[in-house]
Structures are given as structure tokens and as C-alpha cells.
Write a protein that binds this ligand. Structure first.
Ligand SMILES: [Fe+2]
Ligand SMILES: [Fe+2]
Length: 478
């Protein structure tokens, strides 16, 4: 009798769990597993999507990639070093070298692309190179000037959040705005969700609107909008083929999680789309720990799409928070750049209940997109912004990271510095001290302008609640 009761109890419990799982799967099926079909396309024979990314040694190695046609033919790059004469005029040195390209056929859901790339090694730090790329069947060529960062001068880069636009007009306007700034930069770091969907039309859109970003040195980490959904998430095969980031990551994430070294800083990309299956998480954590431990530079910057502490009100990410974050803190990472939330936020204490302290890592979330999400108002965030787009300029010297974030009309909204004494080479990374965090925001305003609520009764109530929360935040801060 007793046994029967226990069995019935177990059966009912199992049925409830299975039903709940069924309901959750039913509700989330589209979000987790379903992909819109990609329209069929034919890649033109002309050269497109010229992209320059650093090799593992940012000041000496670089990889140039381009796309052309649907058949594997010969491709090559002509590389000429440039210098300046006494009147500061550009002079083309005569030692033009020709490099044969590696070629790769990449089938996607809508067509076939052929990508070509050359990896240039041992270039001159601080040098400038004219690169002209060709493909046998293409009637055109394309070119760019590649600038190699200096090993012993300040390193400057732009940090951009999700781009992910569905019309290229706004992205083009923003791109035009930052073009003069881009000239002063050594490279751009983009945080994923470059595109709205893993489709040829959206890749075309981002290259049409933001092509200059790719022709200068560019680093990025994959976002969830570059993912082809399924039980096992795959990054769109075009992503890896058209960037060719260094192959120094964990086996399951080659070209997606990787690192790039400058003498002042190690930059580490974590593919945060692939941390939910146990073997992927194990692989990533093991690699991340080794990569953090072996860094010899004064600074470490980690970048990934999903945030340790999301600023969007409805989001949490337990794996980033409980599995990735402890490693970032253990190895004294200085700055963590993130995206995905289409808002701006900065914290040094993502655990909001912890006594507030201002020790690194500094976690930042940013967005470039015209698509905006409603931010939450957690006490964890020392700076926030929403309803508009932002860009950040970051300058690294041997002893300092200087960070500034702006709106796209040039108004500064966040500013801080991270300062380190010259690092004692005898100290292991775990025994290294945290950098000194200096908040320089002073009276800079926050821009909490989110207003994409809609017009239903519920939406109007949410708008009012949001306005109240903004008022409360400002009154508590003043
Ligand atoms: Fe995202
Ligand atoms: Fe996004």
C-alpha cells in the first residue's frame, strides 16, 4: 500500500516536471531552436568584404580576407611598404611582395561563398602597408592601407556594441560620424551582433554601411544573432571564414574564442554563445584560465557578447556570472567589454548586494544599434544609458587604461582610468594587484532615454513606471 503511494507520488511528480518542461519548450521553441529560412543568393565574381584582422602578435602579424565568386580560383595579395619623406609625403617603397592566398569554399543556407586570405607575418611595428587583393576570375581588385600598431607607443581603439541594424541608413550616419575618429585609432573592437540574422542580405548590409571598420584592423566576438540555432548552436560559417581570427582558442571554439597580444595588453575573446553545453563550458573555462594565467602584459581586456551582469531588466546569465566571472576576478582582469543588452552600463561590483567597492574588473556594456532595450535599475550599475547609441574610445599605455564613452552627437557620458604601477615580473598573475580604478565622471550626464514602449494600456503603465525609476535614480544620485 505504502509502496503504491510512493509510486503514485513519483509518477505525478514526473508528469508535472515533464509537462512543465513541455510548456517551457513550447513557449521558447521559436526563440531557442527556430531559424528563418535564408533567401537563395549567388555571390558575385567581384571582390567584396575586404577585411583586416590582427594575428596573435597585433603589432607584427595581420590577416587579410576577401570574398569573390562561387568557384575556387587563384587569389593573391600585393603588399608594398609605405614610408614618408622629409616633407611628410607618402612614399611607396619598391619592395612589393606577392603573397598567394589560401582559398576556402563556404556553403551557407542560402548559397556558396568563396573566401581568400593571406596571413602576413613579421611586419614592421608602426609600419604602413598598401595591400591590393586580386582573384583570377574577378575583373576588379580591392585595396587598403594597413597600419600596424607600435609596440612602445599608446594603443588606441574604438569599442562598439551591437550594430545589428535592419536598415543601413542609421548605421551609415553613425559610421560617417565616427570616420574622423577611426583615423586616430589602431583598431576597432566590436562586441558581436554585427548583423540582424545569419543571412547574406544582412552581411551585405553591414559591409555596405560600416565597410571602413573592416578595412582597418578589426576584432570582434560572435553574438547570438550570428548563431544558427538548434540543439547545438553553430556560428554562421561565414563569420569564421571572413574574419580568420587567430587559431589559439579552445578546440571547440577555434577562431571564435581567441586572444591577441600587444606588449601592453592581452585581448581575449570568449564565444559566450557556446557556454551552456557541459563539454563546451569545460573546454572554454580550461582555456580561459590558461590564457589568463600566461598573460605577461600589464593589462588584460576580456570581451564577450553576453554580460556577466545584464542591464536589460528581464535578463540574468548564471553561467557568465557564476562560472566565468570568478576567473576574471581571480586573474585580476582589468576591463570586461560586453554587449547584447542594447543599453549602456558600467559596474565594478556586479554582485549588487556586495558592499560597493570600486576594484576592477570594470564591466561595461555598450550598444551601437538603433534597436534599444529597456534597461533595469539595479544598484549594481554606477553608470547607465539607454534609448540611444554610444561609442567608446580607449587608450592604453604601459601603466594606464583611459576610457571614455560618448553619444553619437559627441557628448561624453562616462569616463574612468585604470592605473597600474610597472608590474613586478616575478609576481604570478594571481598575486598581481588590482589596477587602481579612478572614476572621472564628475558631472557628466547619464542618458536614460528609452521610450520604445508602444501604446497599449500596459505599455503606457510601463512607460510611467520607467519615468519614475529614472527620477528615483537621479534623486538618489544628487
Ligand atoms: Fe545579442
Ligand atoms: Fe543584439
Amino acid at each position: 500500500m505504502k509502496l503504491n503511494k510512493v509510486r503514485t507520488k513519483n509518477l505525478v511528480g514526473t508528469l508535472i516536471v515533464v509537462s512543465l518542461l513541455g510548456i517551457i519548450l513550447g513557449l521558447r521553441w521559436k526563440t531557442w531552436f527556430s531559424n528563418l529560412p535564408e533567401l537563395l543568393y549567388t555571390t558575385p565574381d567581384s571582390i567584396t568584404r575586404l577585411t583586416v584582422v590582427p594575428g596573435q602578435r597585433m603589432c607584427r602579424d595581420v590577416t587579410i580576407t576577401w570574398r569573390a565568386g562561387v568557384k575556387l580560383v587563384d587569389g593573391w595579395a600585393d603588399v608594398t611598404r609605405l614610408t614618408k619623406d622629409s616633407l611628410n609625403r607618402i612614399v611607396y617603397l619598391t619592395d612589393k611582395k606577392r603573397y598567394k592566398a589560401k582559398k576556402q569554399l563556404v556553403p551557407s543556407r542560402g548559397g556558396i561563398d568563396v573566401y581568400y586570405h593571406v596571413a602576413l607575418k613579421d611586419l614592421q611595428p608602426g609600419g604602413n602597408y598598401k595591400v591590393v587583393v586580386h582573384t583570377k576570375s574577378a575583373s576588379n581588385s580591392d585595396s587598403t592601407i594597413v597600419h600596424m600598431p607600435n609596440e612602445d607607443k599608446p594603443l588606441n581603439f574604438l569599442y562598439l556594441g551591437d550594430i545589428q541594424d535592419i536598415s543601413d541608413r542609421i548605421a551609415k550616419e553613425r559610421m560617417n560620424y565616427i570616420k574622423p575618429i577611426l583615423k586616430e585609432m589602431d583598431f576597432t573592437l566590436q562586441i558581436g551582433d554585427l548583423i540582424e540574422r545569419p543571412m547574406n542580405t544582412y552581411w551585405n548590409l553591414v559591409y555596405n554601411s560600416c565597410g571602413e571598420l573592416f578595412k582597418k584592423q578589426f576584432i570582434a566576438t560572435p553574438g547570438n544573432h550570428e548563431v544558427i540555432k538548434g540543439l547545438i548552436k553553430r556560428i554562421d560559417p561565414r563569420w569564421r571564414a571572413q574574419f580568420n581570427f587567430p587559431i589559439n582558442g579552445p578546440i571547440s571554439q577555434l577562431g571564435l574564442s581567441y586572444y591577441v597580444d600587444h606588449p601592453y595588453c592581452r585581448f581575449i575573446s570568449i564565444n559566450s554563445n557556446n557556454v551552456d553545453l557541459p563539454w563546451q563550458l569545460y573546454d572554454q573555462l580550461k582555456w580561459l584560465e590558461q590564457t589568463l594565467k600566461s598573460a605577461t602584459q600589464p593589462f588584460i581586456i576580456v570581451f564577450m557578447h553576453h554580460a556577466v551582469k545584464p542591464v536589460r531588466s528581464t535578463r540574468t546569465h548564471p553561467i557568465m556570472f557564476h562560472m566565468i566571472r570568478p576567473l576574471l576576478e581571480k586573474y585580476h582582469v582589468d576591463l570586461v567589454l560586453q554587449g547584447h543588452d542594447h543599453s549602456y552600463a558600467r559596474t565594478t561590483h556586479p554582485d549588487e548586494d556586495k558592499k560597493v567597492d570600486f576594484t576592477p574588473p570594470v564591466y561595461v556594456i555598450s550598444t551601437f544599434s538603433s534597436k534599444c532595450y529597456e534597461n533595469g535599475f539595479s544598484r549594481a550599475f554606477d553608470r547607465m544609458g539607454s534609448g540611444i547609441a554610444f561609442y567608446s574610445k580607449i587608450k592604453i599605455t604601459k601603466t594606464k587604461i583611459q576610457y571614455e564613452a560618448f553619444t553619437f552627437d559627441g557628448k561624453p557620458t562616462d569616463r574612468f582610468a585604470l592605473v597600474r604601477e610597472d608590474r613586478d615580473p616575478k609576481l604570478s598573475r594571481t598575486n598581481a594587484k588590482d589596477a587602481l580604478f579612478i572614476d572621472q565622471t564628475g558631472n557628466l550626464p547619464e542618458y536614460l532615454l528609452f521610450n520604445q514602449f508602444g501604446n497599449s494600456k500596459k505599455a503606457r503603465e510601463r512607460r510611467e513606471a520607467y519615468k519614475e525609476a529614472v527620477k528615483k535614480r537621479y534623486s538618489q544620485r544628487n
